[in-house]
Design a protein around this ligand. Structure first.
Ligand SMILES: Cc1cc2nc3c(=O)[nH]c(=O)nc-3n(C[C@H](O)[C@H](O)[C@H](O)COP(=O)(O)O)c2cc1C
Length: 220
């Protein structure tokens, strides 16, 4: 083979080796930019307080809860309401939220990213049937799973009570906001403690130090 032919062959092989492997788009994680939450109008606070209740399992409809409605409920749970460091719920020492909210729906599982008000995809699986003891949980369009974030909670000063106490307090505030937002939107909500912890840990790939604190169904 002439030297020029060898050079061309080498160039062709190198080109082939350098071509990046392109995966089909379906294998990529698909985050969801949420529509803006509803922050005006609607049912007044006192009317929502009068309406707040837990939907019964029998009353849960399998009908869709829209992305607009989910957006408003997540914003109520831990969205920004004053610039970059003010939230709808109070945080000890003004820390960023040290409880994360995951969303399990028919099309997958996502983490609510409050900073960008978007959903970060965790999985494409419908896991709703295996995460709680009560069968009606799978019927609701969404389950919201509240999970400790011990890394963020580690920012609490040395004089603060146990991080786990503050994580429970924050979960209470967040879940009450979900109840009120659901009441204002005419949706069903119910706090569920009877979770299948091991399954949730597996689905969300939780760090050993973190744990699910509560689950709420959100339904039409
Ligand atoms: C800490 C806590 C744990 C709960 N756990 C469950 C549960 O595992 N399953 C369930 O169906 N409801 C659960 N609930 C909902 C309560 O049963 C419900 O809030 C109560 O019956 C009062 O009804 P109301 O919310 O309509 O006022 C829980 C509520 C709280 C606050």
């Amino acid at each position: 083979m002439r030297p020029v032919s060898v050079m061309i062959l080498v160039a062709q092989v190198s080109f082939l080796l350098l071509v990046p492997v392109v995966f089909p788009p379906t294998s990529l994680a698909q985050d969801i930019v949420l529509p803006p939450p509803q922050t005006e109008g609607g049912l007044g606070l006192f009317a929502a307080l009068k309406k707040r209740s837990s939907v019964s399992g029998a009353a849960i409809s399998p009908a869709e809860v829209t992305l607009e409605e989910l957006s408003t409920v997540l914003w109520a749970a831990s969205g920004l309401n004053r610039g970059q460091t003010g939230w709808t719920v109070p945080m000890a020492e003004g820390l960023a939220p040290y409880v994360r909210v995951f969303v399990a729906g028919p099309g997958g599982v996502w983490l609510y990213d409050w900073a960008d008000h978007k959903l970060v995809e965790i999985s494409k699986d419908n896991v709703k049937a295996g995460i709680a003891a009560q069968a009606f949980v799978a019927k609701a369009w969404y389950s919201l799973i509240f999970v400790s974030d011990k890394k963020t909670a580690a920012g609490l000063g040395p004089g603060a009570p146990a991080a786990d106490d503050f994580i429970q307090v924050l979960t209470g505030a967040m879940t009450q906001d979900v109840y009120l937002a659901a009441a204002a939107l005419g949706l069903g909500a119910r706090y569920i403690h009877s979770m299948k912890i091991d399954r949730i840990r597996e689905v969300l790939s939780l760090e050993p130090e973190d744990y699910p604190v509560a689950l709420m169904v959100l339904s039409r």
